[in-house]
Design a protein around this ligand. Structure first.
Ligand SMILES: [Zn+2]
Ligand SMILES: [Zn+2]
Length: 133
């Protein structure tokens, strides 16, 4: 019984993720989605399912500048998200991975001018995308 329950949850989670289209989300969003589909699970279970996907490299966990809780998004084949910055739209939550080429320029400029090494893993920039501007 327990096993079937879990499968249903991860199935719904997959459906949720496929509807994201590049937007990021928080655990509560998943919780609400499951709730809407009459799947009753507690937030701990939601976190456990998400964490599993993070471990598998399907999802990337990061901290948005304007929030204390973690946000997540699909990795979509981006393997080195620890090594570049992300620009996040404040309005719709759309996320852009900064290209390696541009990234190395930013890193170099900050290093040269401020003697600071960027830690991309914990940083993200926010702004407004072209649709929300
Ligand atoms: Zn990335
Ligand atoms: Zn936007």
């Amino acid at each position: 019984m327990q096993k079937k329950y879990r499968t249903k949850t991860s199935q719904a989670l997959n459906e949720f993720l496929s509807e994201l289209e590049g937007r990021c989300f928080m655990a509560v969003d998943v919780s609400e989605y499951l709730d809407k589909h009459d799947i009753k699970v507690n937030l701990t279970t939601v976190y456990r399912n998400i964490d599993k996907l993070v471990e598998e490299g399907e999802l990337v966990r990061f901290k948005a500048t304007n929030s204390d809780s973690y946000s997540y998004r699909r990795a979509d084949g981006h393997k080195h998200c620890d090594e570049h910055l992300h620009i996040q739209c404040k309005k719709c939550g759309k996320l852009v991975h900064v290209d390696d080429e541009i990234m190395s320029k930013i890193v170099q400029m900050i290093e040269d001018n401020y003697q600071f090494s960027l830690i991309c893993k914990d940083s993200s920039l926010c702004g407004l995308c072209k649709d929300c501007r």
